[in-house]
Design a protein around this ligand. Structure first.
Ligand code: ZN
Length: 119
């Protein structure tokens, strides 16, 4: 039994400890297995999703896109749209904490339809 659970989220990261509650949320999302990379074989293309409060959002961390409402409203307001899903995805991908799930290419269309029902 090590001190590796619940209350020990703050591990000696003094240098980059941000006094920002949003940063804590991003870190906990990134490390809780809520960032998932769905990889389709054999093409190798992938879709990243982040599980938020009950919803799963499609995130393209490279392009800076997220399917959530916060991102949508940020886009309509102009500026530099982002949201905590995108930031969480970047943290998880950078630190190798994203969960990778492999699918067959035939499942791609259904998967996308499930994520974005309006399409
Ligand atoms: Zn989002």
């Amino acid at each position: 039994m090590s001190a590796h659970d619940s209350a020990s989220a703050a591990t000696g990261t003094k240098a980059d400890a941000l006094p920002d509650p949003a940063a804590a949320r991003i870190l906990s999302t990134a490390s809780a297995g809520r960032v998932k990379v769905h990889r389709f074989e054999p093409s190798g293309r992938s879709i990243t999703t982040v599980v938020g409060k009950g919803d799963e959002h499609w995130v393209d961390s490279g392009m800076g896109f997220c399917s959530c409402r916060a991102f949508y409203f940020a886009v309509t307001r102009g500026g530099n749209p982002s949201c905590y899903h995108i930031k969480s995805a970047r943290v998880a991908l950078d630190s190798g904490k994203a969960e990778v799930i492999v699918f067959a290419d035939e499942e791609f269309d259904d998967f996308v339809r499930g994520l974005v029902p309006e399409l």
